[in-house]
Design a protein around this ligand. Structure first.
Ligand SMILES: [Zn+2]
Length: 253
């Protein structure tokens, strides 16, 4: 049984549930984009989607990504872990030089559910004030995008407050390849699994991949699928720039 001291009141419990679900349900036009709540999809007037790629454990996969993106003449938004970026500065500098957009995925990929708000703030700040400027630096300014490690991180209210205080856009996703469920291992069967998830892609979607062998092998197929659907892959910032501004449109001239 939970000791009485640790039990939370009904009111607190419902408040927590409300905050957690509201984060996922509130339509874009009813909220401030810089309130730290996760953005799952962007309502856009253009046929755009944004493929985003996380982490960077395997430098070889980052190199394969660079050649695929160059071949397809497309730009992606990537969220490397700051500590991993420091291990291969020239590689990540190459990513920035190729005009891919680099967002904050924290310094150490900390598990936010087990961390204090101060620790979360520290880890995300290190990325923006040390990792990024020291590895990438000028002339590529920090794009002001953040992605939280682990699937349940984004609904953590402390995390949302941290992202709001950094004035970053909280880039989540609607489409996940779930390659991590297959250990990121590249095989025909796993590729078919990933592509089945990608079949749901529609206009305005944010897609999450990781720099693992499976997702990077799938990347050209995903880019072909996006084109076949009459859509175009762009960076998150471009997708965001073309979001539908419902509030503005409703104003009479
Ligand atoms: Zn990650």
């Amino acid at each position: 049984m939970i000791p009485p001291k640790e039990r939370i009141s009904r009111r607190k419990f419902f408040k927590y549930c409300f905050e957690a679900t509201e984060a996922l349900l509130l339509p874009d036009f009813l909220r401030s984009p810089f309130d730290g709540r996760p953005i799952l999809q962007v309502e856009t007037t253009k046929p755009y989607v944004a493929v985003t790629i996380d982490d960077g454990v395997f430098p070889k996969e980052v190199e394969r990504f660079l050649s695929t993106a160059a071949e397809y003449k497309t730009k992606c938004t990537v969220f490397p872990v700051g500590g991993l970026m420091r291990k291969n500065p020239s590689l990540w500098r190459e990513v920035a030089s190729a005009d891919h957009e680099i967002g904050n995925h924290s310094h150490s990929h900390l598990n936010v559910s087990e961390s204090t708000k101060a620790a979360i703030l520290r880890d995300f700040s290190i990325f923006e004030t040390e990792d990024y400027p020291e590895v990438i630096g000028s002339p590529f300014p920090v794009p002001g995008l953040a992605r939280v490690p682990y699937a349940l991180g984004p609904i953590n209210v402390d995390v949302q407050k941290v992202i709001a205080s950094l004035q970053d856009l909280h880039v989540h996703w609607r489409i996940d390849s779930y390659s991590w469920k297959k250990g990121g291992q590249d095989s025909n069967e796993n590729l078919a699994y990933v592509m089945a998830r990608m079949a749901q892609i529609r206009q305005g979607d944010i897609i999450i991949l990781h720099f693992n062998p499976l997702d990077i092998t799938a990347l050209p197929y995903i880019l072909d699928l996006i084109t076949a659907k009459g859509l175009e892959n762009v960076t998150f910032s471009t997708l965001w720039h073309h979001r539908r501004q419902i509030m503005k449109k409703r104003t009479r001239p």
